[in-house]
Ligand binder design. Structure first.
Ligand code: SF4
Ligand code: SF4
Ligand code: SF4
Length: 248
């Protein structure tokens, strides 16, 4: 029986999530034992139009990107969005808050109108094509990536945490950063990172996106308890371009 074929593609991003895959080292060899990687620009020169699983990193920022990701979708049985740029638009989506012409002039100066520097509003991959699974985070968690791909190769459906970061944070016994005046998004953001940031003393910035049913009432209680500004919290929620907008 032939091995399932995997192809990895990148769009607008820093490629940091692919780097996490490269850094899997020995674990990647285990994966390669049960699947063939047939295209992966960051690690090999071969290309292929034949694959079962397409892993897409990056956000969609140009009309030609939309056409390309649609082609990838049409060839793949399963499409995985890799990292916050792909799952939510990521930091690239911040540009949607400004006039596109102003953004281009800011970045490209006198070259802004050159045709090869075309740009459009940033979209997450699932705003253009159907996405089967999302590997959340900026960057992704290597272990979670391995778990998701391994599950799919075994024909199982991976379980992605559907509870907030606070659950993992409290399980680790961390002091809550709200006590220190930090606007931590942990109550409304999807867990799975092991509360990486609060465990190091930094607030959660929301890179894994909103949990499916964010406990907005609890978040409100926390905000009111610490007498902080609700607009501050909303502003911090858009850093990674989440398209869900829970009402606070
Ligand atoms: S999600 Fe973060 S680490 Fe991954 S490609 Fe985007 S910016 Fe880079
Ligand atoms: S709000 Fe942040 S620091 Fe506080 S428990 Fe939740 S994740 Fe931890
Ligand atoms: S704590 Fe928040 S910002 Fe940090 S990795 Fe986890 S989800 Fe991302």
């Amino acid at each position: 029986m032939s091995k399932p074929k995997i192809a990895i593609f990148d769009f607008a991003c820093c490629e940091g999530c692919q780097l996490q895959i490269v850094n899997l080292e020995e674990e990647i060899l285990d994966l390669l034992g049960v699947a063939d990687v047939v295209e992966w620009r960051e690690a090999m020169s071969e290309k292929s139009d034949q694959y079962d699983i397409a892993i897409v990193e990056g956000s969609i920022t140009r009309p030609e990107d939309e056409e390309r990701v649609k082609k990838i979708r049409s060839r793949a049985k399963i499409l995985i969005a890799l990292g916050a740029c792909a799952t939510m638009g990521g930091v690239n989506k911040l540009k949607n808050n400004f006039e596109l012409d102003d953004v281009k002039k800011c970045v490209y100066k006198q070259d802004a109108n050159k045709p090869h520097l075309s740009t459009a509003l940033t979209k997450a991959v699932d705003e253009v094509v159907n996405v089967d699974f999302k590997v959340h985070g900026c960057p992704i968690d290597r272990k979670e990536f391995t778990y998701i791909v391994r599950s799919l190769l075994l024909g199982k459906t991976p379980e992605i945490p559907d509870y907030p970061v606070c659950v993992e944070c409290k399980a680790k016994g961390n002091p809550c950063l709200w006590e220190y005046g930090q606007v931590c998004l942990g109550p409304i953001i999807r867990a799975g990172c092991g509360a990486r940031c609060p465990s190091s003393g930094f607030r959660c910035f929301g890179c894994r996106g909103y949990v499916d049913n964010p406990n907005v009432d609890a978040a409100k209680d926390v905000i009111e308890k610490y007498n902080l500004n609700i607009d501050d919290l909303k502003t911090k929620m858009v850093l990674f371009g989440s398209t869900q907008e829970p009402t606070l």
